[in-house]
Design a protein around this ligand. Structure first.
Ligand SMILES: [Fe+2]
Length: 289
C-alpha cells in the first residue's frame, strides 16, 4: 500500500492538464492518496502520469478508485464494424488502435484526425472519466488535445448565454471521427441523446459548455439555420487555442480526464505507423443545467 499524501503536481499548460509524479500506479493506493489525486484532478481536469508499466488489471484497479467502471458501449449492428475491433475481449476495456491483423482492425477509432468530442456524449450517461494508457505510438502526431470547457463557458457572450439557458442540444454519433452524423432525417437508428447546452458539473457545481464539434449537431427548438450558426460559434469558443492543452504522448503515459468539463480531439498521424492505447472509463450520470 502506498501512502503518498503530498503528491507532486506540475501544471502542463495555462488551459488545463498537470503531471503527477511520485506515484506507482501498479500498487494499491491509500484513501488519502486517492483523495489527493481527486483534488488535483478537480483543479487541473486532465492528469498525466509518465513512465508507467501498467497491466490491464492495474489500470482497471486504479480507475475503480474513482467510481463504477464503465462498460464499452454496444454499437447498433449496422455500425459495429466501425465501432469495435477483433480483440475487444473485456467489456470494461476499449483498445484504441489503427492496427490490423489479417485485414481486421484489432481495436476502435482507426487512423487519422478525430474531432473534439466527449466519450459517450451521445448516450444518456456520458462517461464521467476516461483513462488512457499508451502501448504503441507513431513517430509523430496522434496527440490528444484537451479543451477546458469551464473556460469556454465563461467565454460565451452574456446575450448568447441568456438565449441558450434552458435549451438542450442533440448529441449523435455514427462512429465517424471527423464528420458529423446526418441528423436531418430519421435518427432512430443512430445512437443519440439530448443534453443541456450548459451543464453544472455534479462535483464542483461550476457551469461548463457541453457542446462539441463531432457529436453536437442541433439545438432543440431553434430553426436549423440559427442552430447551425450558433453551434459554429460555440465550437469556435470551445476550441480556442488558449483553452487547449495538447498532450504529446510518450510510451508509458497514462492520462486521465473528466468528460464533464473537457472535450478532447486527436491530431492526425502517419497511416502506416502503429498506434495502440488501452482505454477504460468510469460510468457517468444524467447531466443537468
Ligand atoms: Fe474520445
Amino acid at each position: 500500500m502506498q501512502d503518498v499524501v503530498a503528491i507532486d503536481v506540475t501544471p502542463l499548460s495555462a488551459a488545463c492538464g498537470a503531471e503527477v509524479r511520485g506515484i506507482d500506479l501498479t500498487k494499491p493506493l491509500s484513501a488519502a492518496t486517492v483523495q489527493a489525486i481527486k483534488e488535483a484532478w478537480e483543479r487541473h481536469l486532465v492528469l498525466v502520469f509518465r513512465g508507467q508499466t501498467l497491466s490491464q488489471d492495474d489500470q482497471l484497479r486504479f480507475a475503480s478508485y474513482f467510481g463504477e467502471l464503465g462498460d464499452r458501449k454496444k454499437a447498433p449492428e449496422h455500425l459495429r464494424s466501425r465501432a469495435e475491433g477483433s480483440r475487444q475481449d473485456n467489456q470494461k476495456i476499449l483498445l484504441v488502435s489503427n492496427i490490423k491483423v489479417d485485414g481486421e482492425a484489432i481495436g476502435a477509432f482507426g487512423e487519422g484526425e478525430f474531432w473534439f468530442h466527449v466519450d459517450g456524449g451521445y448516450t444518456p450517461r456520458p462517461y464521467r472519466y476516461t483513462f488512457l494508457y499508451a502501448l504503441e505510438l507513431p513517430s509523430t502526431g496522434g496527440n490528444t488535445m484537451f479543451a477546458n470547457m469551464y473556460k469556454a463557458y465563461e467565454a460565451v457572450p452574456a446575450a448568447l448565454k441568456d438565449k441558450l439557458r434552458g435549451r438542450k442540444a442533440l448529441h449523435i454519433h455514427e462512429y465517424n471521427r471527423a464528420r458529423q452524423a446526418d441528423s436531418s432525417g430519421d435518427i432512430s437508428g443512430i445512437p443519440h441523446h439530448f443534453h443541456p447546452v450548459f451543464i453544472t458539473h455534479p462535483d464542483t457545481g461550476r457551469k461548463t459548455l457541453f457542446v462539441d464539434r463531432l457529436m453536437t449537431t442541433r439545438i432543440e427548438g431553434l430553426p436549423a439555420e440559427e442552430s447551425s450558426a450558433i453551434l459554429d460559434q460555440l465550437y469556435e469558443i470551445g476550441e480556442r487555442r488558449e483553452f487547449i492543452f495538447e498532450h504529446v504522448w510518450r510510451l508509458g503515459d497514462f492520462v486521465m480526464w473528466d468528460n464533464r468539463c473537457t472535450t478532447h480531439a486527436r491530431t492526425d498521424f502517419p497511416k502506416d505507423e502503429r498506434r495502440l492505447l488501452r482505454r477504460c472509463t468510469v460510468e457517468g450520470e444524467p447531466l443537468y443545467e
